[in-house]
Design a protein around this ligand. Structure first.
Ligand SMILES: Cc1ncc(COP(=O)(O)O)c(C=O)c1O
Length: 374
């Protein structure tokens, strides 16, 4: 049986290397994983307690309407319940959005070096992805993206994915740029603008705003959020979508009824209310990033200030070789060649001692590899 050309040419998502695999392959007992932008503090202890309480109920199906979670998210984020939907991670939301709004051959517009799930979901759903070059500083070029949209009506672009902040670059788009973009694109009936805000809670830039106001202002704007990062629940798989009620209504018709399991639901309810944990998660990331900036600067390695919980830096060497050396020392970082970066690595913030170990290993590995000279 043949599959479609889009599926046949699909390059699957490359996740961070698992700890157990690294232990097996390199014969190591101690491995530090700073490859998947996870929360170094683990889940909120309140979430863990809520999960434990529910373990005896796992013979039951979850609440398909996620009533309690929906109520608390609506109250916390100040949107009507009809404007909020949940997915099995924001990954699932991305995928379903493409399925909902793109017919075969329709277009999905994003940026080069944008989070790769947009392209993968587009291809898997037989849509065509269009990528506009980034502007200086590895930033999304919203002006060029709007120009592309208007210049190419034949591409039938139905969805525009904007990661703000973006992974793997860590860059963000200021609210002024977003407003200007939406003056052109907001309110259109032929295209949905999706802001992926997986890392919004970590942003320190003063001129950043999440998409809440724009969702209220324009009927074609959606925000995606995740419980995998600041809330530390990546393993349970929970993402949220805030947008026009028509989109949520159609989404709820198409998603699987039990796409969000009840352990994820109760854990998220607890995590959302654990202000202490949220604040601690921000603090550890900000402190870790500042530590990385200082060390990378001393090592003469260019990096981009990040608004996420990770930093992308230039090893000035073949990043594949550097990564291999790091793995031998039990440090897992993330190679990002698939995003077009051959000499860069992405490093997630860990616990203080993990950050120190990562930098020490990096220094040792770099000393063994000759820099690339242009
Ligand atoms: C920009 C961005 N969006 C979405 C996701 C996926 O998150 P989730 O775990 O909710 O599927 C990630 C995960 O790394 C991400 O970096």
């Amino acid at each position: 049986m043949k599959v479609s050309p889009e599926i046949a040419s699909l390059i699957p998502y490359k996740p961070g290397k698992p700890i157990s695999e690294t232990q097996r392959e390199y014969g190591l007992t101690k491995v530090i994983k700073l490859a998947s932008n996870e929360n170094p503090l683990g889940p909120s202890p309140k979430a863990v307690a809520a999960i434990k309480n529910l373990l005896q109920q796992q013979h039951r199906y979850p609440d398909p309407g996620a009533y309690e979670l929906l109520s608390i998210v609506a109250a916390k984020w100040n949107f009507p319940k009809e404007q909020i939907g949940f997915g099995n991670g924001s990954d699932e939301l991305i995928d379903i959005l493409v399925r909902l709004y793109c017919e075969a051959g329709d277009g999905v517009l994003t940026s080069e070096s944008a989070f790769s799930a947009y392209e993968i979901s587009a291809q898997a759903n037989r849509a065509k992805v269009h990528k506009v070059a980034m502007k200086e500083g590895f930033k999304f070029d919203l002006k060029a993206m709007a120009d592309y949209f208007f210049k190419h009506p034949e591409m039938k672009i139905k969805l525009i994915f904007i990661a703000n902040p973006n992974n793997p670059t860590g860059t963000y788009i200021s609210h002024v740029e977003v407003s200007e973009f939406l003056q052109k694109m907001g309110g259109r009936e032929d295209v949905l603008i999706v802001f992926d805000e997986a890392y919004n809670e970590f942003v320190r830039a003063k001129d950043y705003k999440n998409a809440d106001d724009y969702i209220r202002q324009y009927n074609n704007v959606i925000a995606l959020r995740t419980f995998s990062k600041i809330y530390g629940l990546a393993g349970l798989r929970l993402g949220a979508m805030v947008g026009p009620k028509e989109v949520i209504e159609i989404f709820n018709r198409v998603r699987k009824p039990f796409n969000v399991n009840d352990l994820a639901q109760v854990a998220a309810v607890a995590a959302l209310q654990d202000q202490e944990f949220i604040a601690a998660s921000q603090q550890i990331v900000w402190k870790g990033l500042d530590y990385f900036y200082e060390k990378l600067q001393k090592m003469g390695l260019p990096f981009i200030e990040s608004q996420g919980n990770f930093v992308m830096f230039d090893t000035l060497r073949d990043a594949g070789l550097v990564n291999e050396g790091l793995l031998r020392k039990g440090i897992i970082m993330r190679p990002i060649k698939n995003y077009g970066f051959n000499t860069h690595l992405r490093l997630s913030v860990g616990l203080d001692e993990e950050n120190v170990a990562a930098i020490k290993a990096l220094e040792e590995v770099l000393a063994q590899i000759v820099p690339i000279t242009n």
